[in-house]
Ligand binder design. Structure first.
Ligand SMILES: Nc1nc2c(ncn2[C@@H]2O[C@H](COP(=O)(O)OP(=O)(O)OP(=O)(O)O)[C@@H](O)[C@H]2O)c(=O)[nH]1
Ligand SMILES: [Mg+2]
Length: 286
């Protein structure tokens, strides 16, 4: 299907500071972990990080796997492995996949640590930088691994501002970083996927338009989620406006004059999707 396109009022200058911080820490770390959103594994991958990290050992982790379509996740995972990436599945907020991630990190760090020990410098902790787009769960992951809330985590992009080292028990030090976005938000539906999953601040895109595109996408790719959650029928020739109107009626989003409260119903659909209430869905094609 054609990927929904959403315009983002976007100024790449905002990312320059984060980029400089990452560059400055690079020589201190053994491994970089890039968290991707399992609902948008392609769109959430930043080409910028690839350039910054050069040949630093890297582990990819598809986080929020609990919210993604598991069949699509399996296909994305296989495709990424085929490309030679070291990648694992994660649901940090649910404590799922943490052990596998730690194993992958240790494996990736081994050459650097061996070199260190050969120089007679003894044992030291593995140093890991946690990277990824805003709101993907970097701070949550660090808190779960540390076993306590060391890093601020909230459901909105841009919570982490500076960098912060956190020691965890397993001989590891983790560096939390502010989210970094792809400079290519306009390409191939990337802006759409990142806007509806909550990686982009709402001030820089049209929330109603994003919700409308999302409804259109879901009616096409996951109609059963809309049918079940909103107890509506969806016919194959329904337009997106028809679907929105049906959801509005079912949820009582009707103005006093009897017309559909489009703003309210679209806001509700977007909220339901982001909270995971609608069910599992993946936005990126494999
Ligand atoms: N469902 C689900 N939610 C998650 C998962 N991991 C993190 N979250 C939620 O995602 C939201 C953002 O988490 P943060 O840890 O603050 O994300 P961040 O990457 O540090 O964000 P910035 O600092 O803004 O770049 C929070 O509401 C978390 O509870 C997960 O595996 N599954
Ligand atoms: Mg954070």
């Amino acid at each position: 299907m054609k990927r929904p396109q959403l315009a983002i009022q976007w100024f790449p200058g905002h990312m320059t500071r984060a980029k400089r911080m990452i560059e400055a820490q690079l020589k201190l770390i053994d491994v970089a972990v890039e968290l991707l959103d399992a609902r948008a594994p392609r769109s959430s991958r930043s080409p910028l990080l690839g350039q910054l990290l050069k040949d630093k050992p890297r582990v990819l982790a598809l986080n929020k796997a609990d919210m993604a379509d598991s069949a699509a996740t399996a296909r994305h995972l296989a495709a990424m492995k085929e490309e030679g990436c070291q990648v694992c599945l994660l649901a940090a907020a649910k404590d799922k996949g943490l052990k596998e991630l730690l194993t992958a990190i240790r494996e990736a760090a081994r050459p650097a640590l061996e070199k260190w020990q050969k120089r007679g410098l003894g044992k030291r902790a593995v140093r890991v930088m946690i990277l990824g787009i805003p709101n993907v769960g970097k701070s949550t992951l660090i808190n779960r691994l540390a076993g306590k809330n060391k890093a601020a985590a909230e459901d909105r992009p841009g919570v982490t501002r500076g960098q912060q080292w956190v020691h965890i028990a397993q001989g590891m030090e983790l560096l939390d970083t502010p989210g970094v976005l792809s400079p290519k938000l306009e390409d191939g539906g990337v802006g759409f996927a990142l806007a509806v999953t909550g990686a982009i601040k709402e001030e820089v895109f049209d929330r109603e338009q994003a919700a409308l595109l999302l409804t259109d996408f879901l009616a096409d790719a996951y109609p059963q989620l809309l049918r079940q959650n909103y107890s509506i029928d969806i016919e194959t020739d329904d337009s997106v406006d028809d679907v929105v109107a049906k959801i509005a009626v079912s949820r009582g989003c009707i103005k006093t004059g009897g017309s559909v409260d489009v703003q309210r119903v679209l806001s509700l659909i977007l909220r339901d999707f982001r909270s995971g209430r609608l069910g599992r869905a993946t936005l990126d094609p494999v």
